[in-house]
Write a protein that binds this ligand. Structure first.
Ligand SMILES: Cc1ncc(C[n+]2csc(CCOP(=O)(O)OP(=O)(O)O)c2C)c(N)n1
Ligand SMILES: [Mg+2]
Length: 376
């Protein structure tokens, strides 16, 4: 049977859109034992880039552990950890240039910090003080989105604007496996493909959307296969292999920058901890399932590989650990300081001009606070 195609770009002799299909297995350049694996299309990144990335993985893991501890101490309201997904986090930040934009989700704190945003400003949101604690324009990092997939549409809008203005900007939009079932995911990918905008969609498939496993989310051959339905290339990558991630994401970003249009990259990884501290993951998955992913950890394989190249030794490791510890200590110190909260901020930044109702409520609160101040 010959299937006609609507678009010249998707038709090939070998089958409609064949060149858009992802590889049958996720691209891997360093396996879980730390051995290099040859790939016909993707090259191993420069060893120095991998060493820099390794230092960022160590810091990323430390940030995750520190944030979990701060939740238990009541200093953060909530923390969706990316423990085990640090290679995705680090690569998402490292493949971008300064003019590019990152559109993260609630789980992408480590990516945001790796991009250079002040950790204390990042954690302001999770402490519950402000809508977003950092200025998105300063380092081109959109606020971390909690409503699933909404950020993908915003990312496409920024990429479209960049294209119309003739700017040399690429947008990297992050989402999870569960978010691919949202209508916004479909709309974002379709618009991006039709208008050929410079956006890369990066799905961290960690196999769960809270308690919903991937098999109840999608029966597509892979999430990356969805790309062909929109007429854009899809690719699958080992989400615990920093080398493969840098290479695959880097190629997609380069292609988008040089006018190649959007791409969908799926990273196969695993959520090693509960969805957040508010979730009891033992109710829907076993410890054995989680343990299967321990040998695939992103840090251990890169450590073995870099030690094999003699780029990493005890002294370098101690330095990386000390840097990560200093970062954790500064996060602790910043978040342990009590914040002066101004309750009137509730009414700021809602409307340019307060409505009559908001003015009345603000006056009531001001009155109440001033009477409280007199009493104390
Ligand atoms: C529009 C919308 N619907 C539902 C939720 C509630 N919710 C928060 S996280 C989540 C699961 C998302 O899973 P996934 O996309 O795989 O990301 P992960 O948390 O695994 O990183 C759900 C359903 C939400 N935040 N937004
Ligand atoms: Mg998920």
């Amino acid at each position: 049977m010959t299937i006609p195609t609507n678009s010249d770009s998707t038709g090939t002799e070998g089958g409609v859109g064949k060149q858009l299909l992802p590889s049958p297995v996720p691209v891997q350049l360093i396996d879980q034992h730390g051995e290099a694996r040859a790939d016909a299309r993707y090259a191993l990144p420069d060893p120095q880039a991998l060493l820099t990335g390794y230092a960022r993985l160590i810091s990323g893991r430390r940030i995750n552990d520190q944030a979990n501890a701060l939740v238990r101490q009541g200093r953060l309201a909530v923390y969706p950890s990316s423990h085990g997904q640090e290679a995705c986090q680090v690569s998402a930040a490292l493949v971008l240039q300064s003019q590019d934009w990152l559109f993260p989700t609630y789980r992408d704190t480590v990516a945001v910090i790796t991009r250079g945003v002040d950790p204390l400003e990042v954690f302001t949101l999770l402490r519950g003080d402000w809508h977003s604690g950092y200025d998105p324009y300063e380092l081109h990092v959109a606020p971390q989105a909690t409503p699933l997939a909404t950020q993908l549409l915003h990312a496409v809008g920024v990429a479209h604007a960049a294209k119309l203005r003739g700017e040399d900007t690429v947008v990297l939009a992050l989402c999870g496996d569960g978010a691919t079932s949202e209508g916004d995911f479909h709309e974002a990918l379709n618009f991006a493909a039709v208008f050929h905008v410079p956006v890369v969609f990066f799905v961290q498939n960690n196999e769960y959307a809270i308690s919903v496993p991937l098999k109840n989310q999608s029966v597509a051959p892979s999430l990356a296969h969805k790309a062909i339905g929109y007429g854009m290339p899809g690719e699958r990558v080992d989400g615990n292999d920093l080398a493969a991630l840098l290479s695959v994401l880097g190629a997609a970003v380069d292609s988008a920058r040089s006018g190649g249009g959007p791409a969908l990259i799926e990273a196969h990884t695993y959520r090693m901890q509960a969805h957040t501290n508010a979730d009891d993951a033992t109710r829907y998955r076993s410890a054995e399932d989680v343990d299967k992913w321990i040998p695939k950890d992103p840090i251990s394989r890169l450590r073995t590989y870099l030690r094999g190249l003699s780029l990493l030794d005890d002294a370098v490791e101690e330095q990386f650990a000390a840097d990560a510890e200093a970062l954790a200590a500064s996060i602790r110190a910043g978040l342990n300081a009590d914040v002066e909260v101004d309750p009137q901020e509730l009414f700021a930044h809602v409307y340019t001009q307060k409505t009559a109702q908001l003015r009345e409520q603000a006056d009531l609160l001001r009155d109440e606070l001033s009477r409280e101040a007199v009493q104390s």
